[in-house]
Design a protein. Structure first.
Length: 95
């Protein structure tokens, strides 16, 4: 029950605000990461939480072969760079 309440309130998760679409607050910009590929930003529609990760539906087709496609469910999290800035990342080597 607590998880469902948290999911319904993900719009109020301030930690995600910097990554949200201006008009579609359930959509966030996620950096796709996979060895031997360039980082690529894709839009993801948040649908839940699983195993400590945020999950969502990929809204656009990546330009590179990350092994996932538009409409697929992916898991991502909040990561921090060495300079202290944060980003949402999907580590697709972990899939």
């Amino acid at each position: 029950m607590m998880l469902m309440k948290m999911l319904k309130n993900h719009v109020s998760l301030v930690a995600l605000d910097a990554f949200r679409h201006e008009y579609y607050v359930d959509d966030v910009l996620v950096v796709m990461l996979k060895e031997n590929l360039d980082m690529e930003g894709c839009w993801v529609h948040i649908v839940g939480l699983e195993d400590g990760f945020i999950t969502g539906i990929l809204l656009n087709e990546p330009n590179q072969d990350f092994g996932c496609h538009e409409g697929d469910k992916i898991a991502f999290g909040i990561y921090e760079r060495s300079d202290g800035t944060q980003y949402l990342g999907a580590d697709l080597d972990e899939v």
